[in-house]
Write a protein that binds this ligand. Structure first.
Ligand SMILES: [Zn+2]
Length: 244
C-alpha cells in the first residue's frame, strides 16, 4: 500500500494526523480501515446496527443526511449554488433512506405468505438470474449482480416474486457479498421452514472495477448450500439449472 506509513512512525506521538501537500500519511485506524475495505472483510452475519437505529423518522434522517452531504460536496469545493448541484444533497439523502438503503429498516421487509404445496411438487425449485443492485459497505459504491436461489419444499411453497423481493430487501443495504448471501439463505430457511435452500451470487464490485486495482473483468462468486443441497448430486443439479 503506497499510502501506508513506515513502521517507525510513532502512533502515540499525537502527530499521526499529519497531512502534507504531497503525501497523506494514514493513521493506524485509517490503515486498518483501508486493509479491511480492500479485502472486503465482513465482521458478522447480521448487519452491524445500533439499537436506536430507527428512533428517528425517515424524514428526519433525510434532513440530516442532506446537511451532511452538502458539507461533503462543499469540502470537495463544489459550487452548491449551481443549478445542477443545488438539489443533489436532498436527492442523495432521499435515495439513501427511501431506496438504496431502505433494506436496513425491518419495516420494509417483504411480507411473505406461504401456500400449501398442493401439487406435491417435491423437487427443487430454482429462481435464477435475479438482478440486484447493492452497495459495498467499505466504499459505498455499487455491487451489481445476479442471485440464483433454490429450495426444496417442506410442504409449503412461496410466490416466485417473493424470492425476488427477499433478495432485493437484503441487497438494499450497505453490504459485503458474503453477508448478503448468508442473510438471503437465513431468511429463506426461516420463511420456508426448511434447511434445504441454496443461494449463489455472482457480482461485480465497482470498488474493484472502477477504483483500487481497476479490474473490470473479475466478478465474485459466493454460495450457500443448506440441508439437502450439501449433497453433491443435489448441489450439482442446482448448478446445472443455473448454467442453463
Ligand atoms: Zn468496496
Amino acid at each position: 500500500m503506497d499510502t501506508f506509513i513506515d513502521t517507525q512512525f510513532d502512533f502515540n506521538s499525537g502527530a499521526s494526523n499529519v497531512y502534507s501537500a504531497s503525501t497523506r500519511k494514514d493513521t493506524k485506524q485509517q490503515q486498518i480501515a483501508e486493509e479491511l475495505g480492500e479485502h472486503h472483510v465482513g465482521t458478522s452475519a447480521d448487519t452491524p446496527m445500533r439499537p436506536d437505529a430507527f428512533k428517528m423518522s425517515d424524514d428526519e434522517k433525510i434532513a440530516l443526511i442532506e446537511g451532511h452531504f452538502k458539507q461533503i460536496m462543499d469540502v470537495l469545493g463544489l459550487d452548491l449554488t449551481d443549478d445542477s448541484l443545488s438539489g443533489t444533497p436532498y436527492r442523495v439523502a432521499k435515495m439513501y433512506v427511501q431506496e438504496i438503503f431502505s433494506g436496513l429498516n425491518p419495516a420494509n421487509k417483504p411480507d411473505i405468505k406461504l401456500f400449501e404445496n398442493k401439487y406435491q411438487y417435491n423437487e427443487m425449485l430454482v429462481e435464477k438470474g435475479i438482478t440486484f443492485y447493492s452497495n459495498c459497505e467499505h466504499h459505498f459504491v455499487p455491487i451489481i449482480g445476479k442471485a440464483h436461489v433454490a429450495y426444496i419444499s417442506s410442504g409449503k411453497v412461496i410466490g416466485l416474486s417473493k424470492l425476488n423481493r427477499i433478495v432485493q430487501y437484503y441487497a438494499k443495504r450497505p453490504q459485503v457479498q458474503e453477508r448478503l448471501t448468508v442473510q438471503i439463505a437465513d431468511e429463506l430457511k426461516r420463511i420456508l421452514q426448511t434447511d434445504d435452500v441454496a443461494v449463489l451470487i455472482d457480482a461485480q464490485h465497482l470498488c474493484v472495477s472502477s477504483r483500487g486495482v481497476e479490474d473490470t473483468s473479475s466478478s465474485t462468486v459466493t454460495s450457500y448450500y443448506g440441508g439437502k443441497f450439501k449433497n453433491e448430486f443435489t448441489k450439482n443439479e442446482f448448478i446445472k439449472y443455473v448454467e442453463l
